[in-house]
Design a protein around this ligand. Structure first.
Ligand SMILES: Nc1ncnc2c1ncn2[C@@H]1O[C@H](COP(=O)(O)OP(=O)(O)O)[C@@H](O)[C@H]1O
Ligand SMILES: [Mg+2]
Length: 310
C-alpha cells in the first residue's frame, strides 16, 4: 500500500489527561479517509499532530513520507489544512482572501492567476469575488475555505469538521467536491461528528475517548456488525415506546430513528415473533416490525455503547 499517512502508537497527553491514546492508522493515496467520533474524542488533536501543528507525546508517524516528529515544517508546506474554525478573514473580500492564502502557501506568482480562477470556479464564487467574506452564508464560507486550502495543490488535504454548522444541501454539495478532489488523486483526511457522512468515505476510523474503536471500509464495518440485527419498529408514541421497550429485557439496544425505533437484537426471528404482541400488550397498539440493514450510525452507536459498558 502506498501510505500517505502512517502512524503507530500515536499519543498525546495534556497533563494527566490522554487526549489521543496509542493510535494506529494507515491512509492510502487518493482515498477519502473519514475520521469519525463524537465531540471531544480526539479528532482535532490527531489532525493537529499530523499537520505538524502539535507535538505528539509518544508514538511515531509519517505524512507524505516525512517524519511528523522532526519534519513538521516541510509537512506544513506540503499539505492542505482546513481548520475547524475556517481561518478566513471576514473583513477581506473573497478575492482578497484567495490572494492572501496564495501568498501564505507560496504559490508561484505565475500560477496565482490560474489558481485563483480555479478556486473561484470550483467554489462557484465567481459572482461574489468582491463580496466581504464576513457577509457570506456558512456554506459559501466553507467552499471558499476549501478553495484557499488547496491553492498550492497539496497531495493531501486535512479537513477538520468542514461541514459543521452547514445546512444539509450545502453539506451534500461539499461532499461532491471532496469526491471530485479524491478522484483527481488528492488524499482527503476528513473528520466529522455527523455519522451519516461516513457513507461518503472510502475508509473509516472511529475514535472514542482518544482510542480507535473500529476501522475499515463502510461495507466491511456494516458486515462485521451483522452478528446483531436491527429491527425497525413503527409504533404509536415512539418516545414512550422507546422508554418501555428498553426496560423490557427483549432488546440489547434501543434508539429513536426518525419517527421509528431501531432495536438491536441477537435473534431476528425471535424478535419478529415476540415484539408485536409485546407492544400490543403494553398499550402501543399494532406495531410494524421489520428487519433493516444497519446504517453506519447504527453500527457506530452500537460500538460506542459497547465501549461504554466495558
Ligand atoms: N490544549 C489542550 N489542553 C487540554 N486539553 C485539551 C487541549 N486540546 C484538547 N484537549 C482535550 O482533549 C480532548 C479531545 O479534544 P479534541 O481533539 O479537540 O476533540 P474533537 O476534535 O474530537 O472534538 C477533549 O477532552 C479536549 O478538552
Ligand atoms: Mg475537533
Amino acid at each position: 500500500m502506498n501510505a500517505v499517512v502512517a502512524v503507530s502508537g500515536l499519543t498525546r497527553r495534556f497533563g494527566d489527561f490522554v487526549a489521543v491514546d496509542s493510535l494506529d492508522l494507515n491512509v492510502a493515496q487518493g482515498r477519502i479517509f473519514g475520521f469519525l467520533g463524537p465531540n471531544g474524542s480526539g479528532k482535532s488533536t490527531t489532525i493537529r499532530m499530523l499537520c505538524g501543528l502539535l507535538q505528539p507525546s509518544s508514538g511515531s508517524g509519517h505524512v507524505l513520507g516525512l517524519d511528523i516528529m522532526t519534519r513538521y515544517e516541510e509537512i506544513k508546506r506540503r499539505i492542505g489544512y482546513m481548520s475547524q474554525k475556517f481561518s478566513l478573514y471576514d473583513d477581506l473580500t473573497v478575492e482578497e482572501n484567495i490572494d492572501f492564502f496564495s501568498g501564505l502557501y507560496g504559490v508561484a506568482r505565475a500560477r496565482r492567476g490560474a489558481r485563483k480562477a480555479w478556486a473561484l470556479e470550483m467554489a462557484e464564487l465567481g459572482g461574489m469575488r468582491n463580496a466581504l467574506t464576513g457577509s457570506l452564508a456558512a456554506g459559501w464560507k466553507q467552499r471558499l475555505a476549501l478553495g484557499c486550502a488547496v491553492l498550492h495543490e497539496p497531495d493531501i488535504l486535512f479537513l477538520d469538521e468542514p461541514t459543521s454548522g452547514v445546512d444539509p444541501l450545502a453539506r451534500r454539495l461539499f461532499w461532491d467536491l471532496i469526491a471530485h478532489m479524491a478522484h483527481a488523486g488528492t488524499t482527503v483526511f476528513v473528520t466529522t461528528h455527523y455519522m451519516d457522512e461516513a457513507e461518503y468515505c472510502d475508509e473509516l476510523a472511529l475514535i472514542y475517548r482518544g482510542r480507535l474503536i473500529a476501522a475499515g471500509e463502510p461495507g466491511e464495518l456494516k458486515r462485521s456488525a451483522l452478528s446483531q440485527h436491527i429491527m425497525e419498529v413503527r409504533v404509536a408514541r415512539p418516545y414512550d415506546a422507546l422508554d418501555a421497550v428498553e426496560r423490557s429485557g427483549l432488546v440489547q439496544e434501543a434508539a429513536l430513528f426518525g419517527d421509528t425505533l431501531h432495536l438491536t437484537v441477537a435473534d431476528a426471528a425471535q424478535a419478529r415473533a415476540q415484539l408485536p404482541p409485546w407492544f400490543e400488550h403494553n398499550g402501543f397498539g399494532d406495531a410494524g416490525v421489520e428487519e433493516v440493514m444497519p446504517t453506519m450510525e447504527d453500527v457506530f452507536v452500537g460500538l460506542i455503547e459497547a465501549e461504554d459498558r466495558e
